[in-house]
Design a protein around this ligand. Structure first.
Ligand code: ADP
Ligand code: ZN
Ligand code: ZN
Length: 723
């Protein structure tokens, strides 16, 4: 008998002890255990063979599901570390990392690929004779007990050296054909000097090295990835590529799968659970050469990982915004370190965190400054809107430029970051505005769906006929959304085919590709869209990019808004003028003198980033300090602030010796009311990440013991990226 520590998928920050028969289940394996009146699935964390506890009080593990850990060693270390760093329950973290079907207890088929039988010699083989680690000894014990057991004895166990004498293997399933034997180098464009310098630098290191690859859109970063990947694959190793959801287009995928005669697998939100599990299994047993996926693909367990690539490393979609609020880029760097392999973070607009890490000597920067092939950089202009008559948000000079570009047979892209018909519906007689009562947020009018929709809580309502306040039927849409812009294009540019890309037009599977197709074939001349357009697409014939209204971003209360805007601007404007055609970017604004705009347009992103980092340093904002945000919410607006106030008092009392800990709040969140809940937040800031971590771990048990903590919904956000 021994005691086994098991992690259960519960919101409890503790592990559970069970007793187990021999042989002991291996850590990282799933077990079925009794919990209360139920039997639930858990994951073995560790064993405690020496403790002389009274085991009889402990319940017994009912069933061991896996014979081998579901996690690679490095993934296992990553998850244990992340559970502490993000102060998230270990059971939740481990289960989150598994494909849904495995969370539900499905038996993985790779465990059944071989039957193994012990030989006569093996039966009498003593553990001492086997000069191998605990894994191998464990496998031998298992085999001695049950001569036939359905388990693939993998290379790290017995089938090396002594194996022939100890066990016999009976394959019961054909091994999927390995790509290694047929892999060959492929045809590719000749790299320019900057590209080949980057490829050379990255490939010269096979150990851990975080590379920040900076190059504007179209500079040939993907081509650099492909060249480095080729080197890795030819060593028989696997590659993980993380991309933001939006860039996971068939175009991207085609580029990877057409280049290599090796299996490329995708992990994205449209896959069903068995498809996801299949990819996971193939990566785990080495059948997969490249896995491309979004944030959660990071938790794929690889047989032999040789490289991680994070494309668009600055993208905010790498941060999970609910439950376990991890940052996939930060975790990926940790994983690469554990695996001792290189990681490439590519972007046109590096996050300020990454630039800071360059300054600290933690990351290494490689720049690509020229556009690949024949493409040239676009010219950029500000268009002052003050006093200008507007037609649907467009000034006359802009309309004229659109006509000019269309006349030369080119394409035009209009960027408007607001979907729907108009952001407000107002009573012309009394000024009442239709608003969502659950969020204190105005409804957006959606003409086509014939409804009002709250973009905060996603609730919908039929379009009202009368004002809720005065009963007038004179309700007018005010403000411009993409739906209305589409109508405007029809009127201003009759007979010019166009297409619209936003969340409403691309909801269904395959819709994005369908909407984009006419842009590539030239069937659409005007492209209207939201920030969905900013990433991952190559539109060779777009020569004019116009940003209709971005002033909101210039005056936000969120200190990260300027960084986001700068990134968005560079991405969007980067769509203009590829394939050798001269491009033009026009930005309409009421504030052409705004310093952010002049820095960005005249001096570029690097100068913007340096200046913004200096500002953050002066006021100790991240990355020059660390943040932990505690959020709480309730329906009555009572317990949520009380809970955080109590927390603040407790922190103040217990932090006498450290004057650098700075607290902000409790204050209402930016979305102060969402879906009927009032939301509050308390921010902890400290220049030392490790101090903040330790201090918080220290006070966490106390927080959880507050009776108020059970009256509110609350969560912990380490390194928050949103308010
Ligand atoms: P990024 O990933 O930085 O946006 P890509 O790698 O997609 O840039 O390159 C942009 C375009 O230029 C692609 O069509 C690509 O095939 C082409 N390209 C990239 N590198 C070269 C090169 N060395 N020679 C010719 N064409 C290239
Ligand atoms: Zn009214
Ligand atoms: Zn709402």
């Amino acid at each position: 008998m021994a005691i086994v520590q098991v992690a259960l998928p519960l919101p409890l920050r503790r592990v559970f002890d069970y007793q187990s028969n021999l042989p002991l289940p291996i850590k990282g394996c799933r077990v079925l255990v009794p919990f209360g009146k139920r039997t639930i699935l858990g994951i073995v964390l560790s064993h405690n063979q020496n403790i002389k506890l009274n085991c009889k009080q402990l319940k017994t593990i009912e069933q061991v599901i896996d014979q081998e850990s579901l996690f690679s060693d490095s993934l296992w270390s990553l998850l244990l570390w992340a559970s502490q760093y993000y102060h998230h329950p270990i059971g939740k973290v481990l289960f989150h990392a598994l494909p849904v079907l495995l969370r539900q207890g499905k038996v993985t088929t790779f465990n059944l690929r071989c039957k193994s039988e012990i030989t006569q010699q093996g039966k009498t083989f003593s553990l001492n004779q086997l000069k191998k680690g605990p894994k191998q000894q464990h496998a031998l014990v298992l085999l001695q007990q049950q001569p036939l057991y359905h388990h693939q004895i993998t290379k790290h166990e017995l089938n090396k050296n002594k194996s022939q004498t100890v066990i016999k293997l009976f394959p019961i399933q054909q091994k999927i054909e390995s790509w290694h034997s047929t892999f060959h180098l492929c045809k590719k464009p000749k790299l320019n000097l900057e590209q080949s310098t980057a490829v050379g630098a990255i490939s010269s290191k096979t150990t851990f090295m975080p590379w920040l690859l900076v190059g504007i859109t179209g500079s040939g970063k993907t081509e650099v990835y492909l060249n480095v990947i080729e080197n890795i694959l030819s060593q028989g190793k696997q590659v993980l590529v993380l991309v933001p959801e939006i860039s996971l287009t068939p175009q991207t995928i085609k580029r990877f799968s057409e280049r290599f005669n090796a299996p490329v697998h995708l992990l994205h939100s449209a896959l069903n659970n068995s498809e996801r599990l299949a990819v996971w299994l193939r990566a785990q047993n080495g059948d997969s050469a490249i896995v491309i996926g979004t944030r959660s693909a990071l938790f794929t367990s690889f047989a032999n990982l040789g490289l991680i690539i994070i494309d668009e490393e600055h993208d905010n979609s790498y941060k999970q915004q609910d439950g376990w609020r991890y940052h996939a880029r930060d975790l990926a760097v940790f994983l690469a370190k554990k695996e001792n392999i290189p990681i490439i973070m590519g972007t046109a607009t590096p996050s300020l965190e990454s630039i800071y890490n360059i300054e600290q000597g933690k990351y290494h920067r490689l720049d690509i400054t020229q556009r690949a092939g024949k493409a040239k950089l676009a010219s950029q202009h500000l268009l002052d809107l003050k006093g200008q008559p507007l037609k649907y948000g467009m000034s006359n000079p802009l309309i004229q430029r659109i006509k000019d570009h269309l006349a030369t047979n080119n394409q035009v892209m209009l960027f408007l970051n607001r979907r729907g018909y108009s952001p407000t519906l107002i009573c012309h007689d009394c000024g009442w505005i239709a608003g969502c009562s659950r969020c204190d947020h105005y409804y957006t009018l959606h003409h086509y769906q014939r409804q009002l929709s709250c973009h905060h809580c996603n609730s919908q309502l039929p379009i009202p006929i009368q004002c809720a306040y005065c009963g007038s039927t004179h309700l007018v849409p005010v403000g411009l959304g993409t739906e209305q812009l589409e109508e405007a294009i029809n009127q201003l540019f009759p007979n010019i085919p166009f297409t619209r890309i936003d969340r409403d037009t691309t909801r269904r599977k395959g819709a994005l590709e369908k909407q984009l197709a006419p842009v590539y074939t030239g069937g659409a001349r005007i492209l209207i869209g939201t920030q969905m357009l900013a990433k991952g697409h190559h539109f060779p014939d777009i020569t004019l990019v116009a940003l209709l209204n971005v002033d909101g971003a210039l005056f936000s209360s969120d200190y990260r808004a300027t960084e986001r805007f700068a990134q968005l601007y560079i991405q969007v404007s980067g769509r203009a003028g590829r394939a050798g055609k001269h491009g033009e970017v026009i930005l309409q604004t009421y504030h052409p003198e705004h310093p952010l705009l002049s820095t960005l347009l005249k001096k570029g992103y690097n100068v913007f980033a340096t200046e913004t980092l200096a500002e953050r340093r002066d006021v100790f904002l991240p990355p020059y300090s660390s943040h932990i945000m505690i959020r709480s919410e309730d329906h009555k607006n009572e317990s949520a602030p009380i809970f955080l106030n109590k927390l603040r008092q407790y922190i103040e009392q217990h932090n006498m010796r450290d004057s650098q800990l700075w607290l902000m709040g409790p204050i209402p969140a930016i979305k102060a009311k969402l879906a009927g809940r009032f939301r509050w937040q308390l921010l902890l800031q400290h220049p030392s990440r490790s101090y903040l971590q330790q201090f918080f771990a220290h006070i966490l048990p106390e927080i959880m013991a507050y009776p108020e903590s059970r009256k509110v919904k609350w969560n912990i956000d380490v390194d928050p990226t949103e308010n």
